[in-house]
Design a binder for this molecule. Structure first.
Ligand SMILES: [Zn+2]
Ligand SMILES: [Zn+2]
Length: 287
């Protein structure tokens, strides 16, 4: 893997400005906004130091991976700098704990793992390989939930490095052969979507923030495409939409870009749509 110089950082923290505006407009979201701003700041600081990796996979391997439904980023492709990772891991745990999104017992266990030089690297490597399915296996569908807090901290700590891989590959890999509901880069599930001005849906990975096209009228989690068993509802202003599946009962939120004044910003839009989560959950769906 050769490395190229990183792109200049965007000086404009537009997401932070929008998040602050959101807090003014909807004070009930204040605590979620403050947590998000802390995470966004952390992500930006680390990501600015991560070089854009020059990943050039063999086209035949890319085609075979896509054919097999496996993603493209191998752990060794990730430009991970372990001292930076360790710092980010600790900061993510601190932030989640400070905002009461991580209880004391889980926090202590996670901090201890972060301090253990011999345990952290193999734990993260095995977690990525298991949850991505890049070397085969079931991918994120079989991730255990016994360590939800640890999952969340590893995800946040890996994201600045993994995002660079999706950026690098997204510029030159043909995704037309990818028809899966999981991320073509890292194998994780989508946690948001955007409807383009051409009315196509693009799913957005909850781990690497990579995007890929996926049919509007199909559930990415179970591939149900029976329209009568898909439910969709929008916010009053038409900015956001939820698509929920009446087979597996999962739902996905989307930013409707068809009449929008700006592109999707997941860090903002995922918080602005917390009331939609409540509405979806009230209707019996799960995220
Ligand atoms: Zn991904
Ligand atoms: Zn489904």
């Amino acid at each position: 893997m050769n490395e190229r110089p990183s792109r200049p950082q965007r000086a404009d923290p537009r997401d932070v400005a929008e998040l602050k505006q959101l807090k003014t407009d909807q004070p009930e979201l204040a605590s979620a906004v403050d947590l998000q701003i802390a995470l966004v700041d952390m992500q930006r600081r680390v990501q600015g130091r991560v070089p854009l990796p020059w990943i050039q996979p063999d086209p035949a391997w890319v085609a075979a991976q896509q054919q097999a439904g496996r993603p493209l980023v191998r752990f060794g492709d990730i430009p991970i700098e372990w001292s930076d990772f360790r710092l980010t891991f600790r900061q993510a745990a601190d932030i989640l704990h400070r905002f009461e999104a991580l209880d004391r017992k889980d926090y202590d266990a996670i901090v201890a793992l972060g301090r253990d030089g011999n345990a952290l690297e193999p734990t993260v490597t095995a977690w990525y390989e298991r949850t991505s399915g890049v070397e085969g296996g079931a991918g994120s569908a079989d991730r255990g939930d016994e360590a939800a807090g640890l999952d969340q901290v590893m995800l946040l700590a890996l994201r600045p490095f993994l995002t660079r891989c999706a950026e690098s590959l997204g510029q030159r890999v043909d995704l037309s052969g990818w028809h899966h509901g999981r991320c073509p880069y890292c194998g994780w599930e989508p946690d948001f979507a955007v409807i383009t001005p051409a009315a196509d849906r693009r799913l957005i990975c909850g781990r690497c923030t990579g995007q890929w096209p996926f049919p509007q009228l199909m559930c990415p989690f179970c591939r149900n495409d029976d329209r009568s068993r898909l439910t969709s509802f929008a916010t009053r202003d038409g900015k956001y939409r939820v698509t929920a599946c009446d087979v597996c009962h999962r739902y996905l939120k989307a930013y409707d870009g068809r009449n929008a004044s700006r592109p999707v910003m997941v860090s903002v839009d995922s918080i602005a749509t917390l009331p939609l989560d409540a509405a979806a959950i009230q209707r019996g769906y799960v995220s």
